[in-house]
Design a protein around this ligand. Structure first.
Ligand SMILES: *Cc1c(COP(=O)(O)O)cnc(C)c1O
Length: 424
C-alpha cells in the first residue's frame, strides 16, 4: 500500500532524524551500507534480546527453545545462551555451529525428520539435553546407538495432531498428511509411545508437536494445545513441547499477536486442557524476524510504461528466497527518507537469471528513488540468510549486529575466493 512505511515493521531501536534518515541502535543505515557494502543484513541486538526476554517472562525460565533454523551463527547462539534460552537444532550442521559457539549442550534439543546415525551419535556424545524422535526408523537407530554407546538419551516423541494451521501449505506441519512425526489419528503415535516406554535405549520424557509456521491465529494454537493435551495428558509424562510458529507482520496492515499474547493464550489453553506436564515452546521467527533490515543498492530502474517499474538490487533470491518459495510479501523503503510517502508502485527484484527472482512483488517507494540509492527491506531477520544460497555464484551478504551506536560484524561477506573453497 502507498503511504509511509509503518514504523511497527522496524526494529525497536529504529529512530529517524528530522530529515527522516533512519538509524538503528544509533547506527545510520546508509552509513552502514557504505562501510560494510551491500547486500547487508543489520540486526538490532537489543531487539533480539528483548524478544528472548519477553518469551522467557511469559513462559518461564528454561521453557523457551529458540528455533535455530530461523537464523543461526555463533554470535546468535551466544546471544541465545546469554539470554538463558534453550536451542533447537535440526541437523548435524546446526549442532556443530551451536557446539563450536560454546552453547551448553544440555540446553540443546535435537530435531529432524531424518536424522542420520552419525547425527544422533554426535548429539549423544556431545550430551544434548533432548532428542525429539520423529519416526520408527529413528527408534531403530537409537536402539543401535544404545548398543554401541551404552547411552539412554532423554527423548520426546513428535506427534502430528491433525490440526490445520491456516498458513501456507509448505509451512503447515500439523496435518495428518505430513512428513513429520507420528500421526495421532492412525494410532502410530500411541504405538511409538508403547515402544519407547518399553525400550532400554531411550528414556521417554515427553511429547512434542509443532503445527506450522507464520501462524497468526491464536485459536489455531489453542486448538492444537487442546488436541495434543488430549493425547499427552493420559500418558502422565513430565514434559510437553507445543513447538513454535507464531507469525509476524511483514507488510502494511498485517497484525500479529505479540509473544506475550501468544504465551498467555497457549498457557491458558494448556490450563483449560488440564496439562500438568512442564510446557515448553520453540519460537524462531517471532524472535528474529523484525529485528533485522536488509539493505541493498539499487542498480537499475526499468520503467515499462503501462506495465510495471522494475527496481533491481544487488541481491535477490540468493539472500532471501521466501518470496520465490512462498509468495511472501515484504515492504520496501529508502533509509535516507524512511518517513516519506511512497506513491510509486514498483517490483523490487534481484540480479539473478530468473523472472521469479523477486524480493517485493508489489512494493511502494518514494517518487525520487534513483539508481545508487540504498533500499531497505524490513522484517528480514528470519529465514532469509539461513536459506541463502550462492545461486549464480553471488556471494552471500554480510551480517552485522548493532547496539549502542556500535556495529559488530557477525558474519563476513562471502568473497569470490570463498566460491572456490569447495572446488577440487
Ligand atoms: C521451524 C520450527 C520451529 C520454529 O518455527 P517458527 O515459525 O520460526 O517459530 C519450531 N519447532 C520446530 C520443530 C520447527 O521445525
Amino acid at each position: 500500500m502507498a503511504g509511509p512505511l509503518p514504523s511497527q515493521l522496524l526494529p525497536d531501536g529504529a529512530t529517524c532524524d528530522a530529515a527522516g534518515r533512519l538509524s538503528v541502535a544509533g547506527c545510520d543505515l546508509v552509513e552502514l551500507a557504505g562501510r560494510f557494502g551491500t547486500p547487508l543484513i543489520v540486526y538490532d541486538e537489543d531487539h533480539l534480546r528483548e524478544r528472548c526476554r519477553e518469551a522467557s517472562a511469559v513462559f518461564g525460565d528454561g521453557a523457551v527453545v529458540y528455533a535455530a533454523k530461523a537464523f543461526l551463527c555463533r554470535a546468535m547462539a551466544r546471544l541465545v545462551a546469554e539470554e538463558g534460552l534453550h536451542l533447537d537444532v535440526a541437523t548435524g550442521g546446526e549442532l556443530h555451529v551451536a557446539l563450536t559457539a560454546g552453547f551448553p549442550p544440555e540446553r540443546l534439543v535435537l530435531h529432524g525428520n531424518n536424522k542420520s546415525f552419525d547425527e544422533l551419535r554426535a548429539a549423544v556424545d556431545a550430551g544434548v539435553g533432548r532428542i525429539v524422535v520423529d519416526s520408527f526408523d529413528e527408534l531403530d537407530l537409537l536402539d543401535a546407538l544404545a548398543a554401541e554407546r551404552g547411552c539412554r538419551p532423554a527423548v520426546l516423541l513428535r506427534v502430528t495432531p491433525g490440526v490445520e494451521a491456516h498458513t501456507h501449505v509448505y509451512l503447515a506441519t500439523g496435518r495428518d498428511d505430513s512428513k513429520f512425526g507420528f500421526t495421532v489419528s492412525t494410532g502410530a503415535a500411541a504405538e511409538a509411545v508403547a515402544r519407547a516406554r518399553a525400550a532400554d535405549s531411550v528414556e521417554l520424557v515427553g511429547i512434542h508437536a509443532h503445527i506450522g509456521s507464520q501462524v497468526f491465529r491464536l485459536d489455531s494454537f489453542r486448538r492444537a494445545v487442546a488436541v495434543v493435551a488430549g493425547f499427552a495428558n493420559p500418558l502422565g509424562l513430565a514434559e510437553l513441547s507445543v513447538g513454535g510458529g507464531l507469525g509476524v507482520a511483514y507488510v502494511t496492515g498485517e497484525e500479529a499477536p505479540t509473544i506475550s499474547a501468544w504465551g498467555e493464550s497457549v498457557l491458558e489453553a494448556a490450563a483449560e486442557a488440564g496439562v500438568t506436564a512442564r510446557l515448553s515452546v520453540e519460537p524462531g521467527r517471532a524472535i528474529v524476524a523484525s529485528a533485522a533490515i536488509a539493505l541493498y543498492t539499487v542498480g537499475t530502474v526499468k520503467v515499462l510504461p503501462g506495465i510495471r517499474t522494475y527496481v533491481a538490487t544487488d541481491g535477490g533470491m540468493s539472500d532471501n528466497p521466501r518470496p520465490v518459495l512462498y509468495g511472501s510479501g515484504y515492504e520496501a523503503f529508502l533509509p535516507r527518507a524512511a518517513t516519506a510517502e511512497r506513491p510509486r508502485a514498483v517490483s523490487v527484484v534481484g540480479k539473478h537469471c530468473e523472472s521469479g527472482d523477486v524480493l517485493v512483488a508489489d512494493g511502494w517507494v518514494p517518487e525520487d528513488l534513483a539508481v545508487g540509492d540504498i533500499l531497505g527491506i524490513p522484517v528480514a531477520g528470519a529465514y532469509g540468510y539461513s536459506m541463502a544460497s550462492n545461486y549464480n555464484k553471488v556471494p552471500r551478504p554480510a551480517v552485522v549486529f548493532v547496539r549502542n551506536g556500535d556495529a559488530r560484524p557477525v558474519i563476513r561477506r562471502e568473497t569470490f575466493e570463498d566460491l572456490l573453497r569447495l572446488d577440487l
